[in-house]
Design a protein around this ligand. Structure first.
Ligand code: F1X
Length: 368
């Protein structure tokens, strides 16, 4: 019987989680403040949140928070305890929820519903390079070939390469080669041997959701899928995570009409600080209504396997939650968590590139 390793914690010296809190979050808070004409009280709240998260104890949401009951249920005993002692996944998720509180996202008034990350997300979509980056879409085969599937799958993997929160810290080297460390694309082909409904648990907007829409459209057009459900976040999260309006914006940027075969859904759980082992029953039933579930991105990967100090040679199926439906994870490695690699690959990567787990250069197509 395999023992489950401990959760990664925010404050462990020398580990990635601490870098995120101490190096990335100060830049993030500064950029959010600079992007909007917020009132002094909102700026003060952003600054106070940053200070609290670096040296203090975890404060509760205010009494008027509409999701207070959710967070009381998700608390797991962390409120009132030092941020440094909290699990990375829990603390990071709550940090993003507290940003929304600081900028009055849920409070009646002029800032209600204003996405604090919107200017950063919009800037990505006006990048003229996007036209060149997506030129390959015009050459996709009309038939369901292995090469066509490999192309759309890899675009969906590497669309995840550089999300906006990641860009706060890791410099993007456009010349760096991308490499798939594991490629189970054939598993997806087998799962769709009979056409059926496909669920994509989306991650970022911008380039990534554009690639996800291309993947969805190609699966539908070639008859591999008969409908696609895109699950997005219910509220702004992790800077660039897609909410429903980001799907619309990406569709428009691709120059595509709304496709009635693609449904957009959400669930409160997608912004919860919990992993897929805690999937609520209603969401689990929704996912099981599909032939296959495609789980996108680094954070969803952490949530699928558990944000733990895994031995990278742990078999993927031992770590990944059993959702009762075939699951394919498409992710670039942007945090320390990784499983399902063979020892030789781990040794090769450790020798070649000290930051290979977090550099965003290496991709995974894993399945169970
Ligand atoms: O889920 P995504 O967008 O692929 O990645 C989210 C991310 O940028 O945020 C975390 C650190 O803040 C890392 O796990 C990861 O690099």
């Amino acid at each position: 019987m395999r023992t489950t390793p401990p959760e990664l914690l925010v404050g462990t010296p020398g580990r990635y989680a601490r870098e995120v809190f101490h190096n990335r979050h100060p830049t993030l808070i500064e950029r959010v403040g600079a992007a909007h004409p917020y009132a002094a009280a909102q700026r003060a709240a952003l600054g106070a949140l940053l200070d609290e998260s670096l040296t203090g104890v975890i404060g509760r949401l205010p009494d008027d928070a509409p999701d207070l009951a959710d967070w009381d249920a998700w608390d797991r005993g962390h409120f009132g305890r030092p941020w440094a002692d909290a699990p990375f996944l829990w603390a990071e998720s709550y940090f993003y929820r507290r940003i929304l509180d600081a900028v009055d996202y849920f409070r009646p008034g002029p800032w209600q519903g204003v996405d604090p990350f919107r200017p950063m997300k919009d800037a990505e979509l006006v990048d003229p390079d996007l036209d060149r980056d997506f030129a390959w879409v015009a050459d996709l085969p009309a038939e369901p070939t292995d090469a066509g599937l490999a192309t759309v799958v890899q675009a969906a993997v590497f669309g995840n390469r550089v999300d906006l929160s990641f860009r706060m810290q890791e410099p993007l080297d456009p010349t760096a080669p991308d490499e798939l460390l594991v490629d189970r694309t054939a598993f997806l082909a087998d799962a769709l041997a009979e056409p059926g409904p496909v669920c994509i648990v989306a991650d970022n907007g911008g380039r990534e959701i554009m690639a996800d829409l291309v993947l969805a459209g190609w699966l539908l057009d070639t008859g591999l899928a008969d409908r696609v459900t895109l699950h997005v976040k219910p509220a702004p999260y992790y800077v660039s995570d897609a909410v429903a309006s980001d799907v619309d914006a990406a569709r428009a940027r691709l120059g595509r009409a709304a496709d009635p075969r693609i449904a957009v859904r959400t669930h409160a759980f997608w912004c919860a600080p919990l992993d897929f082992h805690d999937l609520p029953a209603d969401l689990g039933a929704d996912l099981r209504g599909h032939r296959v579930v495609v789980v996108k991105g680094d954070l969803n990967y952490r949530r699928l396997v558990g944000d733990r100090d895994w031995d990278p040679a742990t078999p993927f199926a031992d770590a990944a939650a059993d959702l009762g439906v075939p699951v394919v994870a498409l992710r670039t490695c942007k945090s320390e968590v990784v499983v399902g690699l063979d020892r030789a690959t781990v040794e090769r990567m450790d020798a070649a590139e000290p930051r290979w787990r977090v550099s965003g250069r290496h991709g995974l197509v894993q399945a169970r």
